[in-house]
Design a protein around this ligand. Structure first.
Ligand code: OGA
Ligand code: NI
Length: 351
């Protein structure tokens, strides 16, 4: 095993099988509504995918291929820099936004390096986890282009163009999801006026121990929804709802992978569940991916939507403040706060 840091070794029950099943079953949805006899058909497909899989891919999504290619190119160039260059945009305790290759408080390390950028710059979050403390914090992006020698790297323009397109696509998906839940089309849109969405540039270097490590350990996204661009290498695995098997999401050129996040799980009162996923690495190829985490305003109280709560199906969660939840995640993977990493299940009401 050479000099691999033992912190990367997954406990036996989490180690990946390197032979895998491909998820042929993951729905591939054409967002061009003229491909359907009626708008209701598209809405029904989205609803079934959210309910049965929590994951689907979309094509004809309206994001220009060129916009995606430019950011993918910028990500490649950024991560190809020597470590000392990347560390110049490293996140810190005051502003947990930027480059990192380790999450201090995780027991097992992910085989990846990351650059986090918020879509709104600055992005407003609570400054502390104390529910009584109303103080706010500004997250500011760290741009590699601030450094003269890195000017041609992750350029602000490539990022902003991509972020704008992905925001439009996310709103489109949000409207379709609302309709699929029997809600007004714009029922959820107002939660995103001062949104806290962010984009993560992920780089998974080749790994000498792919049978023992993971690019990202099994997790659920805490977003409302996530829109992921993965390259042609592949490695994303989803826990199939039907039988709990790990299945791989086959890379589809130009498609985006959409998954339901924990906020949608709560809004829908468990109708649409946030599904576990993880990333397998391989010994030959590096892999790049770019998730867009679509998150509401920090002030939003997340709770099951009134329209979806009835006497027969009462609210399964108590309300939680998105900003405090997100700040807990953001700050706690940087420093040990002496509090547990909160989970959506902490807000689940007794049956
Ligand atoms: C994530 C994630 C998947 C991938 O960053 O939350 O699930 O394919 N990434 O990189
Ligand atoms: Ni994820």
């Amino acid at each position: 095993m050479g000099d691999v840091d033992p912190a990367f070794i997954q406990p036996a029950q989490h180690r990946p099988k390197l032979s895998f099943t491909e998820a042929h079953g993951i729905p591939l949805i054409d967002l061009n509504s003229s491909s359907y006899a009626a708008m209701g058909d598209l809405v029904a497909e989205i609803g079934a995918a959210c309910k049965n899989w929590g994951f689907f891919q979309v094509i004809n999504h309206g994001v220009p291929p060129e916009t995606r290619r430019k950011l993918e190119e910028a990500a490649r160039r950024f991560f190809a820099q020597p470590p000392e260059e990347k560390r110049k945009v490293k996140r810190d305790e005051v502003n947990p936004q930027g480059y990192y290759d380790t999450e201090q408080t995780k027991n097992v390390r992910d085989w990846k390096e990351v650059l986090d950028l918020t879509v709104k710059n600055p992005t407003i979050l609570p400054a502390s986890l104390d529910p009584a403390d109303g103080e706010l914090l500004q997250l500011v992006n760290r741009w590699p282009e601030n450094l003269p020698e890195l000017r041609p790297l992750v350029t602000r323009e490539a990022f902003e163009e991509y972020a704008g397109e992905l925001e439009k696509l996310s709103h489109k998906l949000l409207r379709l999801i609302s309709l699929s839940l029997g809600l007004q089309e714009n029922r959820l849109s107002g939660f995103f006026n001062d949104h806290t969405s962010f984009i993560r540039l992920n780089h998974y270097p080749p790994c000498p121990i792919p049978h023992l490590a993971l690019g990202v350990g099994s997790h659920k996204d805490s977003s409302a929804l996530t829109v992921l661009a993965q390259d042609e290498v592949g490695g994303l695995e989803v826990k199939r709802k039907a039988d709990g098997e790990w299945v791989r999401v086959r890379p589809t050129p130009e498609a985006f992978i959409i998954n339901v996040g924990s906020i949608t799980q709560v809004w829908s009162n468990d109708e649409y569940k946030s599904v576990e996923h993880r990333v397998i690495v391989n010994s030959e190829k590096e892999r790049f991916s770019i998730p867009f985490f679509f998150n509401p305003d920090h002030s939003v109280m997340v709770e099951p939507l009134k329209e979806l709560v009835t006497e027969q199906s009462p609210a399964k969660y108590r309300p939680y403040n998105w900003g405090k939840f997100h700040a807990n995640r953001k700050l706690s993977n940087f420093k040990n706060l002496g509090v547990d990493n909160i989970q959506i299940d902490d807000f689940r009401l007794q049956e």
